[in-house]
Design a protein around this ligand. Structure first.
Ligand SMILES: [Zn+2]
Length: 110
């Protein structure tokens, strides 16, 4: 059985978790100025890579908290999990540099 590491509770069975889709998507600050096409891209368009993907997961049958994960879409292997608001683990920071900058900027704007 697949095991997922909840950053709050530790390693638990996959059946306790729910996938929330792609992670690292930052809501635009100027949505009123966006065209319908730009808004549509934000709402509907996802990367869907073959390989490592940044996702958001929820420990729905455990602590109920959301967290970030890096999961390989072919092997289903989880490479890392970390709390919302924390930076991407250092060993993956270069590969996901754009998302890391967006998350940092989002945190600064709040
Ligand atoms: Zn948990």
């Amino acid at each position: 059985m697949l095991q997922i590491n909840c950053p709050f509770c530790g390693t638990r069975a996959e059946i306790e978790f729910t996938c929330g889709g792609e992670g690292g998507i930052v809501r635009p600050l100027n949505s009123e100025a966006m065209s319908d096409a730009e808004w549509g891209d934000y709402v509907f368009m996802r990367k869907n890579p073959k390989g490592l993907q940044h996702e958001q997961w929820r420990h729905s049958s455990g602590c109920g908290r959301w967290f970030n994960a890096l999961r390989h879409t072919v092997s289903y292997r989880f490479e890392a999990t970390w709390k919302i608001g924390e930076p991407i683990p250092a060993q993956f920071a270069a590969e996901f540099a754009a998302e890391s900058a967006a998350v940092v900027n989002e945190g600064a704007a709040v």
